[in-house]
Write a protein that binds this ligand. Structure first.
Ligand SMILES: [Zn+2]
Length: 273
């Protein structure tokens, strides 16, 4: 994918829409057992020729215990509608919602955007409707008691493979965490960034070459991290408070661009056990 002179520079905003406390090994495969870490649930906004939202956070209409039993909390400023308002975004102006994948904490409030087309990879939608038994609660699946998953809105549509969404915004399949995960590659004036979904949960995943700890295919997870490096020099992990360097509404900029991706190691990661 080549960057062209005509690609507009988008502004990326990261919004803090909730906090979870979880065991670190959920984020870094085979590393951090017993260590509890505090992570954000991020909703992203792309502002450019139009307004695009990437991921819609944990549903408002459900108890955390209904999800995956995780310690999740949300203060008033983390309510998605309030966070959008703080960022100066009117949900009615959002033309597109891109879902990196359909897990409970990424695809929960699609009905917040009345006029938006909602796009997900076709393979992800197929899997989410009938996931493997272990993953049913993660997807808010009808098979785990969610009769109508929150991403099943009338304006839901699918893409199949790498797709240019708008000039300067491209989605790329990055399977591994889920079968149909996609990253969103965004051109900005600070360079090109990958919003990686849970293909890259924390900076440590890419800097220590450790795949996320939760996945349907760990080999695919590593390949997808390598693929992201081929597309761009900068990544925005989904569950790392380092992204929210300026607080609950952070504009992605020089701080984030100053964290370049290391090259792909010659050998795989050193096993920790
Ligand atoms: Zn996920």
């Amino acid at each position: 994918m080549s960057e062209t002179q005509t690609d507009p520079a988008w502004q990326i905003l990261a919004l803090d829409t909730g906090t979870s406390m979880l065991e670190k090994s959920m984020l870094t495969y085979t590393s951090g057992f017993g260590e509890i870490v505090r992570v954000p649930r991020v909703m992203w906004v792309l502002r450019g020729p139009t307004t695009i939202v990437v991921d819609t956070s944990v549903p408002m209409n459900g108890r955390p215990s209904e999800f995956i039993g995780e310690d999740f909390s949300r203060e008033a400023h983390q309510v998605p509608a309030n966070a959008l308002s703080q960022a100066g975004i009117d949900p009615a102006d959002v033309e597109l919602v891109l879902l990196t994948h359909l897990h409970w904490d990424h695809a929960g409030n699609c009905d917040l955007f009345p006029d938006a087309r909602v796009l997900v990879q076709q393979q992800e939608l197929r899997y989410a409707i009938s996931p493997g038994r272990f993953f049913r609660r993660s997807f808010l699946s009808p098979l785990s008691g969610w009769e109508r998953p929150p991403y099943l809105v009338p304006r839901l549509d699918v893409v199949d493979g790498q797709t240019t969404i708008a000039p300067g915004v491209v989605v790329v399949p990055v399977p591994g965490h889920t079968p149909g995960s996609q990253a969103v590659i965004v051109n900005t004036r600070h360079g090109r960034f990958a919003i990686a979904g849970d293909a890259i949960c924390t900076y440590e995943n890419i800097e220590a070459d450790l795949p996320p700890g939760f996945h349907t295919d760990v080999d695919a997870s590593i390949s997808s991290m390598d693929l992201v490096r081929q597309f761009t020099g900068h990544v925005l992990p989904s569950h790392d408070y380092a992204v929210l360097s300026d607080g609950p509404v952070t504009e992605i900029g020089a701080v984030h661009a100053a964290r370049p991706l290391p090259p792909i190691p010659a050998a795989g990661p050193r096993p920790t056990s």
